[in-house]
Design a protein around this ligand. Structure first.
Ligand SMILES: NC(=O)c1ccc[n+]([C@@H]2O[C@H](COP(=O)([O-])OP(=O)(O)OC[C@H]3O[C@@H](n4cnc5c(N)ncnc54)[C@H](OP(=O)(O)O)[C@@H]3O)[C@@H](O)[C@H]2O)c1
Length: 333
């Protein structure tokens, strides 16, 4: 089988981690990188052995054949760049959040479907071996009936308490900043993945002076009256763990759950935990989503069965509703 050619657009922090993981996958090859700066593209290409370095996103596809592109720019450009790639017929793995809001995600999905070109949101947690095992255990009745989910994700964004929000993508409204879209998306993903899309959400948030959320809590009401509790904050580190409640046992997904290979099944307060541990080796955990893209595209599929476009639409319906309730609006919305 010939090697699978990846390109990357936007050569920041996450792009480096993803490129590292690609280098661990047999049959995957990073062939082209695109940056707003020719110099950055050249340096990145050198670091990761890509043969083609483009000084603009548009010209990234003028070199060797590209089988799929990974878009790793700030949220605000996901829609535009994804549509550009889909219109060139290039399969896309786009960083989370897929779009800034539901309207953008709907447009991206409709372009992908009209053109019959592959698109997936890079919800990498969905593809971790620990996630697959947890789902398998729940489906096999290992914790009894699933009753609810609680999870959090928090860290201190350096500028969150200093009032200087301009230096940081995460707090910059012009770049789609805020806790919800950056990290709160993970607890919402988990709630939806396990309990289905919520029928209602009730959200409260604290916003910066520039109107992005730094502290957000969401209660989701799901089928059967089941509840999810999600918390995301940029005010400080939280445990970033998940508790999945069943009628007979709980699953404690260890910190930081969204990237963790470790979880325990807790049957009662006085019985020892049943520990599960998955070692990702040298990988950061992004290799699994990349492998999913490779398998899909090679098989001629236009979306992924485990994190489908319908899943992304549902997730972004929730996120957009949460933002409406807490009052976060980005420029141009
Ligand atoms: N899956 C995960 O675990 C994970 C983790 C972190 C972030 N993310 C997602 O990945 C995306 C990028 O995050 P990041 O932390 O890698 O950000 P970052 O370090 O700021 O890098 C983003 C890159 O995008 C490009 N870019 C294009 N327009 C830009 C603009 N107006 N301002 C700044 N950069 C711009 C830049 O690359 P060039 O200059 O080379 O064009 C920049 O280096 C976000 O959507 C975020 O949600 C995902």
């Amino acid at each position: 089988m010939s090697s699978f050619h990846f390109a990357i657009l936007g050569l920041g922090k996450i792009a480096r981690k993803f490129a590292h993981d690609l280098s661990l996958i047999e049959g995957a090859k990073l062939v082209a990188v695109g940056s707003r700066s020719q110099e950055r593209a050249r340096a990145f290409a050198e670091d990761f052995g890509a043969e083609y370095a483009a000084g603009s996103y548009e010209t990234t596809f003028d070199g060797p054949r590209v089988d799929a592109v990974y878009i790793a720019t700030p949220h605000i450009s996901h829609q535009e760049l994804t549509v550009m790639c889909l219109e060139k017929g290039v399969p896309v793995l786009c960083e989370k959040p897929l779009g800034l809001n539901l309207r953008e995600v709907e447009r991206m999905v409709s372009v992908a479907r009209e053109r019959g070109v592959y698109l997936m949101e890079a919800l990498w947690t969905r593809f971790l071996p620990s996630t697959l095992k947890i789902k398998e255990l729940i489906d096999s009745g290992a914790i009894g009936q699933l009753e609810g989910v609680r999870s959090d994700f928090g860290f201190l964004a350096p500028a969150a308490t200093s009032g200087d929000f301009s230096r940081n993508r995460i707090l910059n409204p012009e770049l789609g900043g805020g806790a919800l879209l950056d990290i709160g998306i993970y607890p919402q993903f988990l709630a939806q993945f396990l309990l289905g899309a919520p029928r209602e959400v009730h959200a409260r948030g604290r916003l910066t002076e520039r109107g992005v959320d730094i502290d957000t809590t969401v209660t989701g009401l799901h089928a059967g009256g089941k509840l999810s509790h999600s918390y995301s904050t940029l005010l400080g580190g939280t445990k970033t763990e998940a508790l999945i409640m069943g009628s007979e046992a709980r699953i404690h997904w260890h910190p930081r759950w969204h990237e963790s290979g470790a979880f325990s099944i807790l049957r009662s307060w006085d019985s020892p935990p049943e520990n599960h541990y998955f070692d990702f080796g040298e990988a950061n955990g992004y290799r699994y989503e990349a492998e999913a893209v490779m398998a899909d595209v090679r098989a001629g599929r236009t979306e992924n069965a485990d994190w489908s476009l319908e899943d992304s639409l549902n997730l972004h319906r929730t996120l957009t509703e949460v933002r409406k309730q807490i009052g976060v609006k980005y420029p141009g919305e």
